[in-house]
Design a binder for this molecule. Structure first.
Ligand SMILES: [Zn+2]
Ligand SMILES: [Zn+2]
Length: 344
């Protein structure tokens, strides 16, 4: 099959022909129809040494953990599925029996194998193996593009759940990339009155209106706190760091009011310095989040099916295999893209 493979840190991905994957026992083979580029893929493709606890990717890795498609083949022992069914899937294989799996935290399973991080090839390819237990049917009204957005939408939902929003809260989302967009959507959905969104790219900031932002702030030219106060009448009670670069947490602490809450969803891979006194004197609550629960995936699919959320604007660019390596490189530089999808 055709795939896009990782060669070495900071080198462009390459299109290659690789052996067709075969579904093993309890697995489905998914024919990829849409596959998103995640910020974490960009990070992983740039890891050079083990600093920070991250392992450099092996050469030949096929990345990609945000995908949807249809069932092309089934492994032994699979029941309840048939070829051609449209699905998306949690991007990992796990035991399905332990406490973590049973509570929806399969990514914390001791036996977990993550999709697209080396051992189990990801969805920058024509086909990808998924667990039958991890697969979920796409409701009729949910197309492949939306199906590929379920994973980043679930990340956003999990972050907003962690914030403990009170109806009427004012929220600031720092960073209008895909996770910022998903957080904006769910914050509105779950009761925030004002959702201000700031981004250093004026175009990305403006695009946040499409996700329900009540005030789009161009952080390159506007004073973020002043803009929030103007829109919401106060500093935002809840701030989401959806950037994850050195300095972004400190920025959130600076923006926060007394007793404010900060949820860090952006994944910073470098040493970062903050001044704790700022957070201490304001008595800020700082919360980190990672991934999602299975229930977040399911709820996202339900709300897509019901037409309660519309993430179409999140997917900003579409490429085929030929255009994919260049699109991946472009995302390493600041730009106006939101989610870029491979459509094989
Ligand atoms: Zn992702
Ligand atoms: Zn398990």
């Amino acid at each position: 099959m055709k795939a896009v493979v990782f060669k070495a840190p900071d080198e462009p991905l390459e299109i290659a022909m690789v052996a067709d994957p075969l579904p093993e026992e309890g697995e489905l083979l998914l024919r990829v129809r849409a596959s998103g580029i995640c910020g974490s893929d960009l990070h992983m493709a740039q890891v050079r040494d083990r600093a920070g606890g991250m392992m450099p990717l092996p050469e030949g890795t096929i990345l990609g953990h945000e995908f949807a498609g249809d069932i092309a083949a089934m492994g032994a022992g699979v029941e309840g599925w048939r070829e051609g069914e449209r699905i998306c899937a949690l991007p990992y294989l796990s035991c399905g029996r332990c406490e973590m799996c049973l509570s929806g935290h399969g990514h914390r399973c001791a036996e977990v194998v993550s999709t697209g991080l080396g051992k189990l090839a990801g969805a920058y390819a024509e086909y990808v193996r998924v667990g039958a237990d991890q697969a979920m049917r796409l409701p009729e009204s949910v197309d492949y593009r939306a199906g590929a957005l379920v994973e980043p939408l679930a990340v956003g939902l999990h972050a907003v759940e962690a914030a403990g929003l009170q109806p009427g809260d004012a929220v600031l989302v720092v960073g209008a990339g895909p996770i910022g967009a998903a957080v904006t959507m769910w914050a509105r959905f779950l009761g925030a009155r004002q959702v201000c969104v700031s981004d250093l790219s004026p175009a990305r900031a403006a695009a946040a209106a499409g996700f329900g932002a009540t005030r789009c702030i161009d952080a390159s030219s506007e004073n973020v706190v002043a803009a929030c106060k103007e829109a919401a009448g106060s500093r935002p009670q809840v701030i989401f760091d959806c950037v994850g670069v050195p300095g972004s947490q400190q920025l959130c602490m600076d923006y926060a009011p007394l007793y404010g809450r900060i949820v860090v969803a952006g994944v910073c891979m470098q040493p970062d310095t903050t001044i704790p006194a700022k957070a201490i004197t304001k008595e800020l609550a700082l919360r980190y989040v990672y991934c999602y629960r299975r229930q977040d995936f399911e709820f996202t699919l339900d709300m897509l099916a019901a037409g309660r959320i519309d993430p179409a604007a999140m997917a900003s660019h579409f490429v085929d295999f030929e255009g994919f390596p260049a699109a991946f490189e472009d995302l390493k530089k600041p730009g106006d893209q939101c989610k870029v999808l491979l459509e094989p």
